[in-house]
Design a protein around this ligand. Structure first.
Ligand SMILES: Nc1ncnc2c1ncn2[C@@H]1O[C@H](COP(=O)(O)OP(=O)(O)OP(=O)(O)O)[C@@H](O)[C@H]1O
Ligand SMILES: [Mg+2]
Length: 266
């Protein structure tokens, strides 16, 4: 798409500081996320990963610093400009964030009603059916959200995140709470979405092995700061003691001159 800023990184974070009361969560985070790549954000629980992602969709405002998405600085944007940005971004929330008062189909149709006024009810229903098939839950449109299992909620959340065909998709723990087979299916779905040119993914995950298989770049957050940033090989070779400790539980870290060895999946 040819709009101002299309040549620059679609997500730009500059000097983000965020605290909740006494708790400093982000302590000066600067990060450019490149177009068409999968950037994984890893780090221990409570380190600010979800908070960081919520800044990108404007759900949380920084105390200081700049969030620029698709060329628009969120803090100073008009509501019309914000709306235009949101239309191009999809987010899977860690807890699914589904509306319990709406059934599955209406949850998934929600972004379409807001962002695709060109579609009539039939076209919306077709699109909803299509994404439900993609997440391997065909035909459950009229099911109540309260009747879904945790893994099903996650997949419905994923369907809602992608239904309006966003250019940027933010995934907060897409695999957590899923059995290995469903988890692999979600990975495969993310992989097939990625094959669509130009899509930009940011994935927060605890699944280190999966991360090293799908990510082009890994960013590790710790205590409000970025402690590692690079391709999988670079991060696996990090000398930072925190990074090594975090990764060593899950990966066979390489010695000098060795290649990174990944446990194989599937
Ligand atoms: N709205 C809020 N008000 C107060 N504190 C918050 C709020 N949102 C997050 N926090 C706190 O900020 C810290 C970072 O939270 P965050 O959800 O970003 O962690 P996380 O890295 O995503 O952890 P996890 O891996 O467990 O999901 C936590 O201590 C959390 O309690
Ligand atoms: Mg989180």
């Amino acid at each position: 798409m040819n709009e101002p800023g299309s040549a620059e990184a679609p997500i730009q974070l500059r000097g983000l500081h965020k605290r909740f009361g006494e708790l400093v969560v982000l302590d000066g985070v600067s990060l450019d996320i490149q177009r068409g790549r999968t950037t994984a954000i890893i780090g221990p629980s409570g380190t600010g990963k979800s908070v960081l992602l919520k800044h990108i969709v404007g759900l949380i405002q920084p105390d200081s610093g700049v969030v620029k998405v698709l060329g628009t600085e969120l803090a100073s944007a008009s509501s019309k400009a914000l709306y235009a940005v949101r239309r191009r971004v999809g987010m899977l929330f860690q807890d699914g964030a589904l509306f319990d008062s709406l059934d599955v189909g209406d949850n998934i149709a929600f972004p379409l009603i807001h962002h695709r006024p060109d579609l009539n009810a039939d076209a919306r229903a077709r699109r909803v059916a299509e994404v439900l098939e993609q997440v391997e839950l065909p035909g459950i449109e009229r099911r109540a959200v309260s009747a879904l299992s945790g893994g099903q909620r996650k997949r419905v959340g994923l369907a809602r995140a992608i239904v309006h065909e966003p250019e940027i998709v933010l995934f907060d723990e897409p695999n957590s709470g899923l059995d290995p087979m469903t988890s692999d299916a979600i990975d495969a779905l993310i992989g097939s979405l990625k094959a669509r040119l130009g899509l930009t993914f940011v994935v927060i995950t605890h699944d280190i092995v999966g991360t090293f298989n799908v990510a082009d770049r890994i960013v590790m957050l710790y205590a409000g700061s970025i402690v590692a940033d690079g391709d999988t090989d670079t991060v696996a070779r990090s000398e930072h003691p925190i990074v090594r400790r975090f990764l060593s539980r899950n990966l066979l870290l390489p010695g000098p001159g060795e290649v990174v060895r990944l446990p194989t999946i599937g």
